[in-house]
Design a protein around this ligand. Structure first.
Ligand code: SF4
Length: 656
């Protein structure tokens, strides 16, 4: 049996996760039967040749594109500077020691490139580094019908020119496609089946943090459009074992009904689900692939969140089953393996581990003199009011913990069913935080705004509370999500009880491939500012250095920062820069790569490619930026200086 595994075409986050360098090899390698087509795609998009061609072409046609955004004007005004910054971003983004501000600079530069790249395509596709080409559809029918049309599928050229020849050359009997199926996966499957009608194509490893086919497996059973392209779906989280069983079965011409944890299409065209019978491997990570500095590991693969009762949450439904006992020995076995391999950093991706279990694990690590830096997730739980637990965790090297906060409103927390004793938990938040901070453990609060019936007052109450904590505690951080209605959550199943008046599925349920549906609730959806603006403002008030008009949305930046696990290495506490200067005359220097130009409207812009801040300025300030050495003894400039220094346009060179 010839097997080939490929992944789906999506954003660059996998690369940030795996820290794999983008490079073009003359010979495209299929390693261990795996062809990383997403990596190949991005390596082509970000090759020197494509970058150069794209920038040149964009500069050439810029005059006919109408009004250009500031970022586009920057590319046109300084193509060489932009080229160099882009190469720098592409090469350095995977450096795990990158701090927040540099990471932002790289992401923004890459997103500017994605914007101009997509502007040169025949159709208007949204293209960003976090998602690649934005998902055009969640309907299997639509993806099936449109996947071979150039104007609907931006990946088509790459698939036909690069992916298809490699797959056909290897003449596979089975193709495993890893990741969330999208229009690209449909195109690959449809094109391959035109040439190799007997190939078996299976979707596998599709569960991400929030998405999983497991959440829609019942409706998928009657999704004829999906099963026109694909033959099976691996439901088990541990996809490797199930894939082996599929290979074994097909090689013996046996029925797939004996392979547990799958959906499959039978020879008569009927679609079936097999029994749930999960065996867990000893190690949750791939032991052949842990050469990096850190490992993502589910310490307790048999458990999901120990609360599992929040009404909005569908995260636990991606797992097929769950144990009620927490096996410390198994978790320790995994940690010990890492210890023996001299891997000192790990990120536990478990949904939420109880404090007492984490305590026992930390004791075990401390008994064995482990030397880890690690991260985990739990809940805001009164059990945390116990200094012994937190001290033990600190000694074991825990540097950051994520505790779902969600809201500062008692009423909303009750609707969310977040805690048994909401008032008591809210009253003790700072007690818990202070204990963690006493032992230098950072605490991060994921937060949700826009829960049905949340008023503007309640939303502001939440955001103001987060801002207050951030001001008070440097080791505190947060991110703000807008509630998405998960199709497997109890909120979705009981939507009428939460004042939701509309649920909008983009297609019939038995054709739907998504996990999130649109909804409307009058109180939440008629407030101003809208949810998007509130989230942006809340995130910006945490990132004081973030340019207000950046292309990259601050919550997307946060997601990429988290995906890349940069915080494991980056222990620096960002502080609002304190700038002192002498008003009696200072010699300052501008940073050498500033770009300054006159716009079509006759105004002047100065842009800092290092951090993407820009100023719309007067001619005299524009001239000031065009001086190499700027002697600031003109009182007109003093009001500007502090801001210019803060945003790294100029730096103090020497006193006069
Ligand atoms: S505590 Fe977190 S993981 Fe558990 S149910 Fe609530 S939101 Fe989901």
């Amino acid at each position: 049996m010839k097997i080939i595994s490929i992944n789906t075409l999506c954003g660059l986050h996998n690369m940030l996760y795996d820290k794999k360098k983008l490079e073009i090899n003359k010979k495209i390698e299929v390693k261990n039967n795996f062809l990383d087509i997403n990596h190949l795609f991005w390596s082509q998009v970000l090759s020197h040749e494509t970058i150069s061609r794209t920038i040149n072409k964009f500069v050439q046609i810029s005059s006919v594109l109408g009004t250009l955004s500031i970022q586009e004007q920057y590319v046109v005004s300084a193509p060489n500077t932009f080229f160099n910054k882009l190469i720098d971003a592409k090469n350095n983004i995977i450096n795990i020691e990158t701090d927040e501000e540099n990471l932002f600079s790289y992401i923004e530069t890459l997103n500017i490139f994605c914007m101009i790249y997509s502007k040169l395509l025949p159709a208007n596709f949204i293209f960003t580094i976090d998602q690649g080409f934005h998902r055009s559809s969640n309907s299997a029918k639509e993806m099936l019908e449109h996947c071979l049309l150039e104007y609907s599928n931006p990946y088509l050229h790459f698939i036909t020119q690069t992916v298809l020849p490699i797959i056909l050359e290897s003449k596979p009997d089975i193709i495993f496609i890893r990741g969330i199926p999208n229009i690209g996966s449909f195109a690959v499957a449809k094109l391959v089946k035109q040439k190799l009608p007997n190939v078996h194509i299976s979707i596998t490893n599709h569960s991400t943090e929030y998405y999983s086919i497991n959440k829609i497996k019942n409706s998928l059973l009657s999704n004829v459009f999906f099963f026109e392209c694909f033959d099976s779906v691996v439901l088990n989280h541990n996809h490797i074992e199930t894939e082996k069983k599929i290979i074994d079965s097909l090689s013996k011409n046996s029925a797939l009904s004996d392979v547990p944890n799958i959906l499959y299409k039978d020879s008569d065209g009927s679609v079936n689900a097999t029994n749930i019978d999960i065996t867990y491997p000893k190690y949750d990570f791939n032991t052949n692939n842990i050469f990096g500095k850190y490992v993502n590991v589910r310490l307790f693969p048999k458990n999901h969140c120990y609360w599992n009762q929040c009404t909005f949450c569908g995260i636990n439904n991606k797992y097929l089953n769950c144990s009620a006992t927490w096996n410390i020995e198994d978790a320790w076995c995994q940690i010990n393996y890492l210890k023996n391999k001299n891997i000192n950093y790990f990120w536990s991706i478990d949904e939420a581990i109880p404090p007492s279990i984490l305590y026992q694990l930390a004791q075990k690590m401390n008994c064995h003199n482990c030397n880890f830096i690690w991260h985990t997730r739990s809940r805001l739980d009164l059990e945390w009011i116990n200094e012994d637990i937190i001290k033990e965790l600190a000694v074991s090297g825990l540097t950051q913990i994520r505790l779902g906060f969600e809201s500062a409103s008692i009423r909303i927390l009750k609707l969310m069913n977040k805690h048994e004793n909401v008032e008591e938990v809210l009253n003790n938040i700072e007690v818990i935080l202070k204990l963690f901070f006493k032992y230098q453990i950072r605490v991060h609060f994921p937060t949700i705004i826009g829960f049905p019936t949340e008023t503007l007052y309640e939303r502001e109450q939440t955001i103001n509370y987060l801002k207050k904590l951030k001001k008070k505690y440097p080791l505190f951080s947060y991110n703000v999500n807008i509630l998405e209605l998960d199709i497997s959550s109890s909120l979705y199943k009981n939507w009428d009880k939460y004042n939701i008046t509309q649920i909008n599925l983009p297609c019939p349920l038995n054709d739907f491939m998504g996990n999130i549906v649109k909804w409307y609730e009058p109180i939440v959806h008629s407030t101003t500012p809208d949810l998007e603006q509130s989230r942006r403002n809340a995130m910006l008030s945490q990132y004081t250095w973030y340019p207000e008009n950046a292309l990259t949305k601050p919550h997307i930046f946060y997601r990429l920062y988290e995906s890349g696990r940069y915080m494991l290495y980056n222990m620096k506490i960002s502080d609002i820069a304190k700038v002192e200067y002498n008003q009696n005359g200072i010699v300052v220097k501008k940073f050498s790569d500033l770009v300054s130009w006159k716009t079509q409207l006759g105004t002047y812009i100065t842009y800092n490619p290092r951090n993407h801040h820009y100023y719309e300025c007067s001619e005299s300030v524009h001239n000031l930026f065009n001086d190499d050495n700027i002697l600031i003894d003109d009182m007109r400039y003093f009001s500007l200086i502090n801001e210019l220094l803060l945003n790294k346009f100029i730096y103090i060179y020497e006193g006069r």
